[in-house]
Design a protein around this ligand. Structure first.
Ligand code: PLP
Length: 358
């Protein structure tokens, strides 16, 4: 008998093996990722004046606190199966955290290239703690990814960015989980778009589940970029992308075509929101629902606010949105955005009462 855990969840590869490129020869490197909560958020919907049901797929509750774990379990398992000893990635932070963790678990070496000074603090802490060789490139993500592509061509190192197709395969399992939880696909699926691997993966997942007869319908895929890093919306690569949402600070998405296909085939949309709109939605979600996400997740929430204003979402629709990463990833932005600081008092009951207003 297995150890007495209340859950029998064994990670996304075991759960969805029939949909994944694995065999009995694949060593499964897992930290029990997936199986994340799908949380209904009626107060947020009320606050934005919507008349639909919204469910948030809270991917911040994965082992390294972002959805990147879903793709990484598969990418690292397949690298291990092939006998690779080193994995490498360029990252705005969460891919490196996941790669470093899964490589440690697999007893492999991990090398991460990060844009110097543009990494949220929690993500940097993760790469260092998991023991990855951590290289800060004096450039942006796109430049770091170009270097990683060249390293991959040497044949000595396994690239685990989402240009590695196993990443997309693993990430599509989130769409399966949503269908399993709701009994069918939602009407709309909102998510942030950076390198565009995730929107590509969800669309693949929803279609495969429908083809397999596990769901009947398909959602409209609605991707949201940050205004300062919106190549897919603007129609050309952005040389100097900039946004407070560092996870989507990407000027030339690797899965450009995948994202555009998802939007077109699903009759969805791709659009952008400003940093100001992102930070407003970020705070609103935390205050109305007690759900703390990292700023990138607020792009689709700000997008929902726009969609409500434009009356794009019919009354009674079922809407899902992916909250890609945990709020604690980026404590600096949270503290700056909260709008107030701790109130310092003497260690005295009355002083505390005065602050409370009693
Ligand atoms: C990676 C990431 C994204 C962007 O996902 P893509 O697949 O690159 O579009 C969004 N939010 C968070 C928190 C991420 O880590």
């Amino acid at each position: 008998m297995p150890a007495s855990h209340s859950s029998t969840w064994s990670g996304v590869i075991q759960q969805y093996a029939e949909f994944l490129p694995v065999t009995s020869a694949t060593p499964i490197i897992t930290l029990l990722e997936g199986n994340t909560p799908l949380i209904r958020v009626p107060s947020f919907v009320e606050a934005i004046g919507g008349q639909f049901e919204l469910y948030l797929k809270y991917e911040g509750l994965n082992p390294t606190c972002s959805f990147k774990d879903r793709g990484m379990t598969l990418a690292v398992s397949k690298a291990k199966e092939r006998g690779s000893e080193i994995v490498v990635c360029a990252s705005t932070g969460n891919t490196s955290a996941a790669a470093a963790a899964y490589a440690a678990r697999a007893k492999m070496r991990c090398v991460v290239l990060l844009p110097h000074g543009k990494i949220a603090l929690g993500k940097l802490a993760q790469a260092l703690m998991y023991g990855a060789t951590t290289i800060a490139v004096e450039g942006n993500f796109d430049q770091a990814l170009n270097i990683v592509r060249e390293l991959g061509e040497t044949g000595k190192i396994e690239v685990v960015n989402s240009i590695n197709p196993f990443r997309i395969e693993g990430q599509k399992t989130a769409a399966f989980e949503i269908c399993d939880a709701l009994g069918d696909a939602p009407d709309f699926h909102f998510l942030p778009v950076g390198n565009a691997g995730n929107i590509t993966a969800y669309w693949k997942g929803y279609r495969e589940y429908q083809n397999a007869g596990k769901s009947d319908t398909l959602p409209r895929m609605c991707g949201w970029q940050a205004a300062g890093a919106a190549p897919l919306v603007d129609g050309h690569p952005i040389e100097h992308p900039n946004t407070v949402a560092t996870a989507i600070r990407i000027g030339n998405p690797a899965s450009w075509q995948g994202a555009m296909d998802a939007v077109k085939q699903s009759e969805g949309l791709i659009d952008k929101v400003t940093d100001e709109e992102i930070l407003k939605a970020y705070t609103l979600l935390a205050r109305t629902e007690g759900i703390f996400v990292e700023p990138a997740c607020a792009a689709p929430l700000a997008g929902l606010i726009k969609a409500v204003q434009r009356q794009l979402i019919p009354e009674g629709s079922l809407v899902a949105a992916t909250m890609t990463g945990h709020g604690l990833k980026d404590p600096d932005t949270a503290i700056k955005t909260a709008g107030f600081e701790p109130i310092v008092v003497q260690p005295d009951r009355d002083a505390v009462m005065r602050v409370i207003g009693l």
